[in-house]
Design a protein around this ligand. Structure first.
Ligand code: NAP
Ligand code: GDD
Length: 343
């Protein structure tokens, strides 16, 4: 492979994937949507902004996608771009559908017409499994999407499978469980927790407000997961793979450990305002619950079984939950101490 085209390059996974591709000596061309100032903070933090070529590509414009692919004829397209925040998809279901679902149909059509030898990776998600499953979810688990985001991603997943079966495209779908890092967007719960606790440690008075503390996720480390994407596109057969750590924790457990890494021993209790987390030493409320951060429908419990990726791709997650939390907290504490702007 010589040239990779990456949509969503300004996001968490786009930055780590670009880094990995550059390490493999691949030319990386990233799609950015129109903006007066593209968000390249993550690429800058990894020190690779100058090594990545950015090209304007709005996923809502079929003609734009086709023109870019016709000109570039990349060896591989990684489609990472999305309206990726599940909570926002309840407010903006139609926009979410256009970006996450319809744009994928445009991308696949453009590849079929302009460069059918190009390999394709679709960023599918464990959200598609939804709820109601006993035990860990794998490639054979039925889907039950519980948000407009999950429904849109399910459409894109099935389109990827269909273009593989109908036209013989090398189209892989990676069903990835949650993966986090110091470059995670600040609205997602893990980074919201680590960033806000770092701020509290640095003097912020307002507590951290969270929604559903009981939700459980299988949280891995993003750089491990982009390695799995790379292995999928290099595998001779285009297939569907689950990537996960196989271990899950609740939001409450993540927050308790993150607080410990920030220097607080949290005790949970409830008062008239709801559940809260207090610093045992001072009795101060550091975490409160706020229904504004709860969703009309939530997925309560996700845990993945990546044994197929292990046996076929020799992929497994190598970073533990404890190490992930520790890395995220120390990165946020460090950024604040240096006065660096948060990505
Ligand atoms: P992210 O940080 O939210 O990044 C999303 C990217 O999509 C950004 O670069 C964003 O560009 C771009 N984008 C959004 N709308 C666009 C549009 N209309 N045209 C062009 N680009 C657009 O997401 P992530 O965590 O890196 O996740 C990458 C992909 O994996 C997403 O598709 C996500 O749904 C999926 N996924 C993520 C996880 C996870 O745990 N992280 C798990 C499973 C699947 P701007 O910078 O301009 O906003
Ligand atoms: N964001 C957020 N903010 N979530 C909260 C909060 C809060 O204040 N309080 C509790 N939660 C709960 C959510 O209700 C959800 O159950 C869980 O924490 C995780 O929420 P997010 O971090 O927003 O991630 P997600 O699991 O909904 O979605 C992420 O992972 C998917 C893979 O399973 C995103 O990266 C998706 O794009 C990805 O597909």
């Amino acid at each position: 492979m010589k040239t990779a085209f990456v949509t969503g390059i300004t996001g968490q996974d786009g930055a780590y994937l670009a880094n990995l591709l550059l390490e493999h000596g691949i030319r990386v061309v990233g799609a950015v949507r129109r903006s007066s100032s593209p968000q390249v903070g993550r690429l800058e933090e990894l020190g690779i902004a100058h090594r990545v070529e950015l090209i304007g590509c709005e996923l809502l414009e079929a003609s734009n996608i086709r023109a870019v692919l016709r000109g570039l004829r990349p060896d591989v397209v990684f489609n990472l771009a999305a309206q990726s925040f599940v909570g926002a998809s309840f407010e903006q279901p139609v926009y979410t559908t256009h970006v996450n679902a319809i744009a994928v149909a445009h991308l696949l059509e453009a590849i079929r017409e302009c460069c059918p030898e190009t390999r394709f990776y679709q960023a599918s998600t464990s959200e598609m499994f939804g709820h109601g499953h006993v035990g860990a979810q794998n490639e054979d688990t039925p889907f039950h999407p519980r948000s407009p985001y999950a429904v849109s991603k399910l459409y894109a997943h099935w389109m990827t499978v269909n273009y593989r079966e109908a036209y013989g495209l090398h189209a892989a779908s990676g069903i990835l469980f949650n993966h986090e890092s110091p470059l995670r967007g600040r609205e997602f719960v893990t980074r919201k927790i680590t960033h806000t606790l770092a701020q509290i440690r640095a003097g912020r008075e307002e507590p951290l407000a969270l929604g559903n503390l009981d939700a459980k996720r299988d949280w891995g480390y993003a750089p491990d997961f982009v390695e799995g994407m790379w292995r999928m596109v290099n595998h001779p057969q285009p297939e569907t793979f689950v990537l996960a750590t196989g271990v899950c924790h609740s939001v409450r457990e993540f927050a308790t450990l993150a607080a410990r890494c920030a220097g607080y021993d949290l005790a949970w209790d409830s008062d008239e305002a709801g559940e809260c987390g207090r610093d045992r030493a001072s009795g101060r409320k550091l975490i409160v619950t706020d229904p504004r951060f709860s969703r009309p429908n939530d997925v309560h419990h996700l845990i993945g079984d990546a044994s197929r990726a292990k046996s076929v791709l020799d992929w497994s997650a190598t970073t533990t939950f404890e190490s992930l939390v520790e890395r995220m907290v120390s990165a946020d504490v460090d950024r604040l101490a240096r006065g660096a702007s948060a990505v």
